[in-house]
Design a protein around this ligand. Structure first.
Ligand code: C2E
Ligand code: MG
Ligand code: MG
Ligand code: MG
Length: 281
């Protein structure tokens, strides 16, 4: 210690890996505390019917405004939550919160609104939690009917244990919820599962959508996904629509709905509800 203070003494740098491991560890500790103190928020990004321009529903997205570190992206804290098992807690919280929020809008409007809320389910939840039980309890305490919820699952929830995934997907359908395959095209699942599992919606990953303006291959992939979905009787949603050109192109190609910064960023609950009202016909 004394030596390190001497001028010209070699400075000891912490290897980058160690710094990252340390941040990860503190994120885990702090996320556990934030969940206990109810410090996470759910934001809501509108999903637009590309034909009519109306809001079809919202995707619920977790937000964490850390008291010292500022905004921490879900792309950072969700993987930590998954590795630590905290995702089971976070997932239940998000499900309950999203259902409550939609139910509170219904209450404010005095009717069951023609809107759904999409909730992301981690593959870890599918593997380790009673996902259908979590959904059932959120429906029960909010009073919503199943068709007001869309569950966004990824291909990774299928590949590890297809038999278990099949039971989970079937149980979700038995609750009358909508099942969407999130980030479609980026995972490793076999197309056979599309046929076998009760999937209602394909969400085309943002990487293909944003590629459309510059890369003819991306256009070809999006077209192929749209015609695959149509042939299998599924609906489609495009992620990451950032320009009017993308919105019109996707509408012309027959994509049913979309979300993206061109329409709106994820919004706080009240702002999301106002957004819906402002675009209502
Ligand atoms: P995702 O489920 O694919 O969600 C869509 C992501 O794309 C969101 O990122 C959204 O903000 C972003 N996005 C939407 N439109 C645009 C656009 O036009 N441009 C760009 N650049 N981005 C756009 P976000 O909120 O950072 O979430 C990232 C991922 O974290 C989500 O990807 C999802 O996998 C995960 N996540 C977020 N909240 C939850 C949650 O409550 N539970 C679980 N299990 N995962 C969550
Ligand atoms: Mg999603
Ligand atoms: Mg997605
Ligand atoms: Mg995505």
């Amino acid at each position: 210690v004394k030596q390190a203070k001497l001028a010209g003494a070699p400075q000891v740098y912490e290897p980058k890996q160690a710094t990252e491991a340390r941040r990860r560890f503190s994120i885990e500790t702090e996320l556990r505390r934030a969940l206990d103190k109810d410090q996470l928020k759910l934001f809501y990004q509108p999903l637009i019917n590309l034909k009519s321009g109306e809001v079809a529903g919202f995707e619920a997205l977790a937000r964490w405004d850390h008291e010292d570190r500022g905004e921490i992206s879900p792309t950072e804290f969700i993987p930590v939550a998954e590795e630590s098992g905290l995702i089971l807690h976070l997932g239940r919280w998000a499900m309950d919160k999203a259902a409550q929020t939609l139910a509170s809008w219904d209450q404010e409007a005095g009717e069951a609104l023609p809107l759904y809320v999409g909730v992301n389910l981690s593959a870890i939840q599918v593997a380790r939690d009673d996902v259908a039980g979590v959904v059932r309890s959120a429906l029960k305490s909010s009073g919503l009917s199943g068709n007001r919820l869309t569950l966004e699952l990824t291909e990774s929830s299928i590949v590890q244990d297809p038999a278990r995934a099949t039971r989970v997907f079937d149980a979700l359908k038995a609750l009358d919820t909508t099942v969407a395959m999130d980030d479609f095209g980026t995972g490793y699942s076999s197309l056979a599962y599309l046929q076998r599992l009760p999937i209602d919606v394909l969400k085309i990953d943002r990487s293909f959508v944003s590629g459309m303006m510059v890369d003819p291959d991306s256009v070809a992939i999006v077209r192929a996904v749209l015609s695959l979905a149509e042939a299998l009787g599924m609906s489609t949603t495009a992620e990451g629509i950032e320009t009017v050109e993308l919105a019109t192109t996707l509408a012309t190609l027959g994509c049913a709905s979309g979300q993206g910064y061109y329409f709106a960023r994820p919004l706080e609950a009240q702002a999301a509800y106002e957004y819906w009202k402002s675009r209502r016909r």
